[in-house]
Design a protein around this ligand. Structure first.
Ligand code: HEC
Length: 213
């Protein structure tokens, strides 16, 4: 009898601790927002020509829009979602020849788990604090760098650093392509314009002299 009580005294806290730790690792991260955190992963890592864009008939899924991505998703159930099953594990089948960063994989998993909503501007629209490092660089990193690095410079533009981004401002290229003005290639390629909020922030930074601040 005494033996049994000791066992319970020991096991109860342990099981409570295990229960809580298993919950904590799955806790909702309110910062995962479809437009800002999830869509750019698909556009920059999965929609290259010949892969999953709206023009490619062979593609199983068009991964450049919310509706297209949703076809491979069972809301709330990442493990029943083809989109998630293709990218997880040690040797994922997608994207071909590479593995997404752990952060990207977690974002996609959490987003599906939380209902796979078409959410945007989850952390509010910040058009006041538009310094390069705080506001502009994260937009470019999320939306553009996948197709614009030194080794893979779309149109010859490497946007992975400040110098490259500054160069793209010449001849109004950056703003022209982001605003889909006539005579420029529409960016980000294969998908919709950036949100109005992000567009305003980029324009404001450019007009204020595009400092490395
Ligand atoms: C899916 C790949 C892809 C993504 C994402 C992408 N680009 Fe591009 N970008 C290209 C390619 C390829 C070109 C060369 C022109 C073309 O093929 O349309 C290009 C060209 C450009 C040009 C030159 C446009 C012109 O008319 O001369 C600019 C500026 C540019 N990109 C900026 C950006 C910015 C800023 C982002 C992010 C907001 C971005 N790109 C996202 C692939 C991409």
């Amino acid at each position: 009898m005494k033996h049994g009580i000791i066992k319970i005294r020991f096991l109860l806290p342990l099981s409570v601790a295990l229960f809580y730790s298993s919950c904590i690792s799955d806790v909702y991260n309110p910062e995962v927002c479809f437009q800002e955190n999830v869509l750019p992963i698909f556009v920059t890592k999965c929609s290259m020509s010949g892969c999953h864009n709206s023009l490619d008939n062979k593609a199983h899924y068009d991964l450049t829009t919310y509706e297209g991505i949703l076809k491979g998703v069972t809301a709330n159930h990442p493990l029943q979602s083809e989109v998630y099953n293709q990218i997880r594990g040690i040797n994922p089948s997608m994207p071909v020849g590479q593995k997404l960063d752990q952060k990207d994989i977690s974002y996609i998993k959490i987003w599906i788990k939380m209902g796979a909503k078409n959410s945007s501007n989850c952390s509010g629209c910040d058009t006041l604090n538009v310094t390069y490092n705080v506001r502009i660089k994260p937009i470019i990193t999320n939306w553009c760098v996948g197709c614009h690095t030194a080794g893979n410079a779309g149109g010859g533009y490497d946007l992975s650093n400040y110098t490259g981004v500054s160069t793209s401002i010449t001849d109004n290229r950056l703003i022209g392509s982001l605003k889909h003005l006539a005579g420029f290639s529409e960016m980000p390629k294969n998908t919709n314009k950036l949100s109005d909020c992000d567009l305003k922030a980029v324009e404001k930074w450019v007009n204020a002299g595009h400092l490395n601040n």
